[in-house]
Design a protein around this ligand. Structure first.
Ligand SMILES: C[S@@+](CC[C@H](N)C(=O)[O-])C[C@H]1O[C@@H](n2cnc3c(N)ncnc32)[C@H](O)[C@@H]1O
Length: 242
């Protein structure tokens, strides 16, 4: 029973926020452990030195819990979550995990990521935001802020649901279809410029694609070229495909 309660707690808290705040939650269920594993994959190749990690849109902490497995003494994790209910849940979850005991500095911010203030760049940024629910200006603003706060050799990981445009559009009104078309175009431009790898995760509701991005100046070409491999090998290597 003790093991089952947190599982259902998480689902119920998530569902309550889906029903009351669908515009900002933008999902019907928390991400699966397999999507969490895929998103956090770049941390397998983390540098030995202390690193700083940013998580945006943590929800009930599926990615947070996976991130913490890779952090240790001297590392820092900043979590931005705008929803107060999720923040209360995360705060309890972090108290239980107590990462400070392992020397990880952990800061939970109940704030919109657009209020992000940190002078030091992040080595790894994980983003769970529902870009497809936002307007174009919000998407542009958030991507700009996140890339500005990413270290020169850092990795930015986020996911998109793998729904065909036809399926997505069938749920939307005409004005929303136009908004989504513009958002998809902007994200397409971003992906072509910054993505160096991606992974399809079928075991998720709905299936999703994890995308791994970096600053254009960190390589500029897509992986596979020798220049690309050299540019990202140190100090924070991207995930290697097996
Ligand atoms: C699709 S849910 C993802 C939750 C979790 N990462 C997961 O994968 O299960 C998106 C989350 O982003 C949060 N969010 C939406 N807009 C935000 C913003 N501008 N700043 C910070 N968090 C935001 C929502 O409250 C929600 O928790």
């Amino acid at each position: 029973m003790e093991r089952i309660r947190p599982f259902w707690d998480q689902k119920l808290v998530f569902l309550s926020q889906v029903l009351t705040n669908f515009g900002t939650v933008g999902a019907i269920a928390p991400s699966s452990p397999l999507l969490a594993k895929a998103i956090v994959r770049p941390l397998r190749n983390r540098p030995e030195r202390p690193i700083s990690v940013l998580e945006v849109g943590a929800g009930t902490g599926v990615f947070t819990s996976r991130i913490l497995k890779f952090l240790g003494p001297g590392d820092q994790l900043d979590v931005y979550e705008s929803n107060p209910r999720f923040c209360r849940y995360l705060s309890r979850f972090l108290q239980d995990q107590d990462p400070q005991l392992r020397g990880v500095r952990c800061n939970l911010h109940n704030a919109d990521v657009r209020q992000l203030k940190q002078a030091r760049p992040f080595d790894f940024i994980v983003c769970g935001l529902p870009f497809n629910s936002f307007d174009v200006q919000t998407v542009d603003e958030i991507l700009e802020i996140l890339m500005r706060h990413l270290a020169a050799t850092g990795v930015f990981a986020y996911f998109e649901y793998s729904l065909s445009p036809a399926v997505r559009s069938s749920f939307l009104k005409a004005a929303d279809r136009d908004r989504l078309r513009k958002v998809n175009y902007r994200i397409g431009v971003f992906v072509r410029k910054h993505q160096f790898d991606c992974r399809q995760v079928w075991w998720n509701l709905p299936p999703a694609r994890a995308r791994y991005c970096r600053k254009a100046s960190a390589g500029g070409e897509l992986p596979g070229t020798s220049r690309d491999q050299a540019a990202v090998a140190e100090p924070f290597a991207p995930p290697v495909k097996h």
